[in-house]
Design a protein around this ligand. Structure first.
Ligand SMILES: [Zn+2]
Length: 73
């Protein structure tokens, strides 16, 4: 089984991407545009893998984690 990257974004970025149909490739970590929030396995323009997921789908699948904006970890 392929190892998927966990995408780390701030909650602010998540909200923006949710509004603007953003997503991420779980293979190379590249940002994707024009992706529905619940998209799955779209072809990545950067690496060619069917690994682009919509931002909400990433969260549901456990592939997205929120960074801590306070600078505390
Ligand atoms: Zn990719």
């Amino acid at each position: 089984m392929k190892q998927a990257q966990v995408i780390r974004v701030s909650q602010e970025t998540y909200a923006e991407m949710s509004e603007n149909y953003g997503g991420y490739c779980t293979h190379c970590g590249d940002e994707a545009a024009g992706v529905e929030p619940d998209a799955r396995e779209y072809v990545c323009e950067s690496c060619g893998e069917r690994a682009v997921y919509g931002i909400e789908e990433l969260l549901i699948s456990g592939l997205l984690q929120f960074t801590n904006d306070d600078g505390e970890d």
